[in-house]
Design a binder for this molecule. Structure first.
Ligand SMILES: Nc1ncnc2c1ncn2[C@@H]1O[C@H](COP(=O)(O)OP(=O)(O)OP(=O)(O)O)[C@@H](O)[C@H]1O
Ligand SMILES: [Mg+2]
Length: 485
């Protein structure tokens, strides 16, 4: 019996006895019956069902002394807890009914104990049975979602056992930043076993495992923010142009460690905290993208300066969903920032401490990037051993510049007969610069021959380079990461 379906018959029609023809005894009796029915209906309306009465009648025993077992999760686990609940409810011999909650917002905290306690409407102003509210939450990067309860009481029959579950999702309008589940049951010990099982299932069915996720913003603290999914796009090795030794170092540190984590762990090794540093535009972010693509099964958690406050949550997710990689891009942005919780400690130290706190055998790789290693160095030097390997990504060599030009030419028809001259004049430029060089050359070619098929001549390439090196383009050069001195 769901409260949203209960119809109170307070409006029983009450026609006076018909006055055509003489008054009959049967009319009087009928009128009297209707009067009685109306009084009963009004009395019932005054005593609408409460959770206490509904759970009480579901259990068939007094509910006052039943022990409540409670469990909580951070907000981003909402969808996982729902998945756990759905699987648990779908077991054979289990039936359930979902009751919604009304009047629960802006009411401060409440739990099952409150719902089971005093329910006299003259004293109790807590939540009452109402409509069931649900919300759709993403379960992957492709737009698929799962319907999740926002707030509900479930009346469950499991064989001879009877249970009631209070389920609450994150609700910034009341006081709840995370997910809370409370259980009472007719049998001793059952409530605790159910919350423990839900915790296990939520981990087993975790939709974030093996995905690329980042924290969304939340005004209510990191525990209250949700995780966003990002598509993982595998990248061809040929799309990343780095000096061979640099590429080998990075791959060994990240992919190699992931692949042989068992053996390395057995040997007591823990190569798992790397730093990529180097000037802007040389491909640090590009490298991270490549690694994310190559580590197909690994859970990736991306943190930025704005979401670094969630570092503890990120570590906890990484630990429970290993193998995992935590990426902190542009870590210098937080080097100076104070910890929002710890007061005086800069966030960077919090990060380093969390990195250190991960168990030696945890299969979690940290990858930090920065173009301001000078800002990080004092902190890293003060806490030695936090970073296992720092890899410098340099400006591309002449040889790498040639490979980059070839890469960016792609399907374009470009005359590269004077490429050596271009390479001579581009010492010290970044990959981004060369990418822009070819884009501009293509634009110039298109302007020159508006109706013809796009063919980029050696002159177009020269013109593009001349534009980029022109003094008027100082700002463009600098945003592309090029410094002339
Ligand atoms: N080594 C590279 N190989 C291929 N393409 C590259 C390389 N480096 C940079 N690029 C191209 O230039 C773009 C910008 O590079 P990226 O964002 O990775 O630089 P970054 O080192 O992270 O710079 P910043 O320090 O400013 O964050 C990339 O999206 C990519 O298209
Ligand atoms: Mg970058």
């Amino acid at each position: 019996m769901s409260p949203s379906r209960v119809v109170f018959s307070a409006s029983t029609p009450l026609d006076p006895p018909s006055d055509d023809g003489p008054l009959r005894w049967s009319d009087v009796r009928g009128y009297g019956r209707r009067l009685v029915r109306r009084f009963v209906a009004q009395a019932r309306a005054a005593e609408q069902p409460t959770f206490r009465t509904m759970i009480g009648s579901h259990f068939g025993i007094a509910v006052d002394d039943l022990a409540v077992s409670a469990e909580t999760w951070p907000a981003y686990e909402h969808v996982n807890v729902q998945a756990a609940l759905d699987v648990w409810l779908a077991r054979p011999a289990t039936t359930h009914e979902v009751l919604g909650l009304a009047d629960y917002r802006h009411r401060g905290s409440f739990g099952l104990a409150d719902l089971l306690g005093q329910d006299d409407p003259r004293v109790f102003h807590g939540p009452r049975p109402g409509n069931v509210t649900r919300t759709s939450l993403p379960i992957g990067p492709d737009g698929a979602t799962r319907e999740c309860l926002r707030a509900a009481v479930l009346l469950v029959s499991d064989g001879d056992d009877r249970l009631a579950i209070l389920f609450r999702g994150p609700d910034p309008e009341s006081d709840l930043g995370g997910v809370a589940v409370e259980v009472v049951a007719t049998r001793d010990g059952l409530a605790g076993a159910v919350t423990a099982r839900l915790r296990e299932l939520a981990l087993e069915l975790n939709v974030h495992r093996g995905q690329v996720v980042s924290f969304g913003h939340s005004m209510f603290g990191e525990r209250a923010s949700l995780l966003r999914f990002h598509p993982r796009r595998p990248m061809a090795a040929g799309d990343l142009i780095l000096p061979e030794a640099t590429f080998a170092d990075i791959r060994r540190q990240v992919v190699g460690v992931a692949r042989s984590s068992e053996r390395l762990r057995a040997a007591g090794q823990h190569l798992k905290r790397g730093l990529l540093y180097g000037p802007p535009g040389v491909g640090k972010t590009h490298t991270v993208r490549y690694l994310v693509g190559e580590l197909g099964e690994t859970t990736i958690i991306e943190l930025t300066g704005e979401t670094l406050g969630a570092i503890r949550e990120a570590c906890s997710i990484a630990r429970s969903l290993q193998p995992a990689m935590i990426v902190v891009e542009d870590v210098d942005l937080i080097a100076q920032e104070r910890d929002r919780y710890g007061g005086e400690t800069p966030l960077l130290f919090t990060l380093l401490n969390e990195m250190d706190g991960l168990a030696e055998d945890a299969d979690v790789v940290f990858l930090l990037t920065t173009n301001r290693a000078d800002l990080l160095e004092p902190a890293l030097a003060a806490r030695p051993g936090r970073v296992d390997q720092a890899v410098y990504v340099d400006l591309p060599s002449r040889d790498d510049r040639r490979r980059l030009v070839e890469l960016y030419v792609g399907g374009l028809d470009v005359d590269l007969s004077r490429i050596d001259d271009v390479l001579d004049r581009t010492d010290g430029v970044t990959a981004s610069f060369l990418k822009e060089l070819l884009r501009r050359a293509a634009v110039i070619a298109a302007e020159r021959q508006p109706d013809a098929e796009l063919v980029v001549s050696a002159d177009d390439v020269d013109a593009s380079l001349a534009e980029l090196l022109d003094t008027r383009n100082q700002m463009t050069r600098s945003v592309l990461g090029y410094r002339s001195e």
